[in-house]
Design a protein around this ligand. Structure first.
Ligand code: MTE
Length: 321
């Protein structure tokens, strides 16, 4: 997320141990200013939503489908070539080529912590455990771009019900694979607080909209989008949607998250899409749908308020960015 990554001021209070990667980040900030033209080019529409020779055959089944607001799906090409996946690269168009040889088998997901039935699931066993549902969701990135994506997957609540959180469990913590051989940027532990980690409050995790996605356009989830399994929480900014999950842990304290560890004043734990609360460095009132030229207004909770607003009753939504 070049915009996220740029120009986070180094505060004098941050001397150590974060200073190493913050200094490194300033260097990259300078570099990305220099390459600004190239980054803008990467944001350009990729030529409409027509089929591409690299599309899986199943893409044809989605022809003409829209989200519930009537907006068309982004193309498979857009969804798999415009990615934020810092373990590969900070350049969105570099993720697809760099992730081509990513091995998502064998793969296990450990579900542990404050649960009655901790278990490590083989990914194929996990996929067979629950019917894979189609979910067409908007993805709104905190950088003010968005897409409409046809995911396949299953509600996170179904998995949590299998392991049975104990009464002390209050939050769910997610962790990405740590394997610098496969995810090359992880080799530099001064750059970012690897592995990528995220979290939800338990009631957010139990909401039916929260899914673990295992497929895209009817085909297995491809590496740039988080193969073999990633979180999708469509009412929150995209950075909550952690990719390549290997561990899900039930805990009693609000867990740290990757982006709040880097800049807690810019990327909060809740990160609900909210057009009324600007990011400290840019407005969140509107967004650019990838493939479109003009901006469109951003919707409160990304348009999913009727299903999730109850979760935040009584909370100050401004303070809980
Ligand atoms: N998960 C991991 N492990 N690493 C990342 O860099 N980027 C996040 C999120 N999940 C990221 C991640 C961000 S910033 C966004 S916007 C979404 O993934 C982007 O998902 P997409 O590339 O499938 O559109």
């Amino acid at each position: 997320m070049d915009d996220m990554y740029n120009s986070v001021p180094v505060r004098s209070s941050e001397i150590t141990p974060k200073s190493l990667y913050l200094r490194r980040r300033d260097f990259i900030k300078a570099a990305s200013v220099l390459t600004g033209g190239a980054l803008l080019a990467a944001c350009a529409p990729t030529g409409g939503s027509g089929p591409s020779p690299s599309d899986p055959a199943s893409v044809a089944l989605y022809k003409g489908k829209t989200d519930e607001l009537g907006d068309p799906l982004n193309s498979y090409d857009d969804i798999t070539n415009y990615n934020n996946y810092y373990e590969f690269s900070t350049a969105k168009d570099a993720v697809n080529p760099l992730s081509r040889n990513f091995k998502s088998r064998p793969w296990t997901v450990e579900v542990s912590g404050m649960v009655s039935n901790p278990k490590t699931f083989d990914i194929d066993e996990l996929i067979k455990m629950f019917p894979q549902e189609d979910r067409i969701y908007r993805l709104r990135c905190v950088e003010a771009w968005s897409m409409v994506i046809p995911w396949q997957g299953f509600p996170l609540s179904k998995l949590l019900n299998v392991v049975q959180p104990t009464s002390s469990a209050k939050y769910v913590r997610f962790v990405t694979l740590m394997d610098p051989k496969q995810l090359p940027q992880e080799a530099d532990t001064t750059l970012y607080p690897w592995p990528y980690h995220e979290g939800l409050r338990l009631d957010e995790a139990m909401n039916d909209l929260a899914i673990l996605a295992t497929g895209l356009y009817g085909a297995p989830l491809p590496p740039p989008d988080g193969a073999p399994i990633r979180l999708v929480v469509p009412w929150k900014y995209g950075f909550k949607g952690i990719k390549a999950i290997v561990k899900i842990e039930l805990v009693d304290q609000q867990p740290n998250t990757f982006w709040s560890d880097i800049a807690s004043d810019e990327y909060g734990f809740y990160a609900n899409v909210n057009p009324n609360v600007p990011h400290p460095r840019w407005s969140q009132a509107s967004e650019r749908r990838i493939g479109e030229i003009t901006m469109r207004p951003t919707l409160m909770f990304n348009g999913y308020g009727d299903k999730v607003a109850y979760l935040y009753k009584g909370m100050d939504l401004k303070a809980n960015y």
